[in-house]
Design a binder for this molecule. Sequence first.
Ligand code: NAD
Ligand code: TYD
Length: 362
Amino acid sequence: MILLTGGCGFIGSAFLLQWLSHTDEPVVNLDLLTYAGNPANLASIQDDPRYHFVQGDIADSKVVASLLARYRPRAVLHFAAESHVDRSISGPLAFAETNVVGTLKLLDAALAYWRTLESPAAAAFRFLHVSTDEVYGSLGPDAAGFTEANRYEPNSPYSASKAASDHFVRAYRHTYGLPTLTTNCSNNYGPRQFPEKLIPLMIHNALHAKPMPVYGDGQQIRDWLHVDDHCHALRAVLDRGRVGESYNIGGRSELSNMAVVEAICRNLDILRPRAGGQPHASLIAHVGDRPGHDRRYAIDDSKISGELGWNPSIAFDEGVRQTVQWYLDHEDWVQSIVSGAYRRSAQRNYSASTEFVARAVA
Ligand code: NAD
Ligand code: TYD
């Protein structure tokens, strides 16, 4: 089986759903259920016998060690993180605690476990670290996309914490021989993204006739990748990636923030026209810029494409249309986040699994 961290978040839940629809291999999901973790994301698999959930912290070495000893996974896939740049600007410490110290403690527990494995299980074991393209910093308008050889130049507390975690993963490979893999992916979009991120926030505000806040001039460029394509890429890296290597993953879809927001508005105009008939774009409001805002990210994906044969398959126009439709079909999902109901229900439903961990550790 595999052990996944952060599986109740946006990308981890998409990965779990895709994993269980492609394989019978069981999976255990270790998630602390921070504000970003929503068990409702996994409602469709909660009774699946192949799926095990444990509420716990990657930084809790005893819990992680007990899970590794109990489930004996062939791989650890590490998604758990603090992931929002704006939050990292207002509160960087949590990013160091989770993304740096948490990852380091997880690596250490994985190393201790890996050392107990005999060949061939030890040789087959993988620690896959899910990271971001933001570690490379910001590109000029005409610069080539990031390759894996780009130097790290993280600019936000978020990207600095992810860069530090990438370095620890590298060090655990180099120093101790732990069989690691690292992926650096561009901006993801799709269903179940927490509504603090650009695309779901814009859809939510537009549906409630609230201003759609574009930071600065809105000409910052991101490379957008559908989350399901990202999950396919992670499975390819887990299966066929060369140990110790890192792989950049992108969507071949560089767009300015304004272009993304306008695409959302166009889709909403068709799928949910406003009562008075005004275009949703009339809600766009330029607001003050994010401090230190990176201007452009772009990915050169020739390594993963050439070595592993992975290519993105969902074009942005189609992906964003489906995503807008998903949020229209799941307004209750967003509402339970906005009202805070998802936190109360998570605390109620998962006290039992916390007790399980306490027992397993005792
Ligand atoms: P998310 O914020 O939606 O989810 C994070 C999950 O981790 C939540 O379920 C949360 O409860 C859990 N978590 C947080 N701290 C934890 C801890 N200490 N112990 C256990 N669980 C904990 O994040 P996401 O957007 O799904 O991103 C997943 C990973 O992918 C992150 O590592 C992120 O850096 C990386 N990434 C994200 C993007 C993107 O566009 N969202 C792009 C590239 C890379
Ligand atoms: P975000 O979804 O926070 O991802 P990241 O900062 O990791 O790229 O933001 C994507 C882009 O959208 C980024 O350039 C900041 C911008 N943005 C806005 O203009 N308005 C908003 O309300 C948000 C949340 C983001």
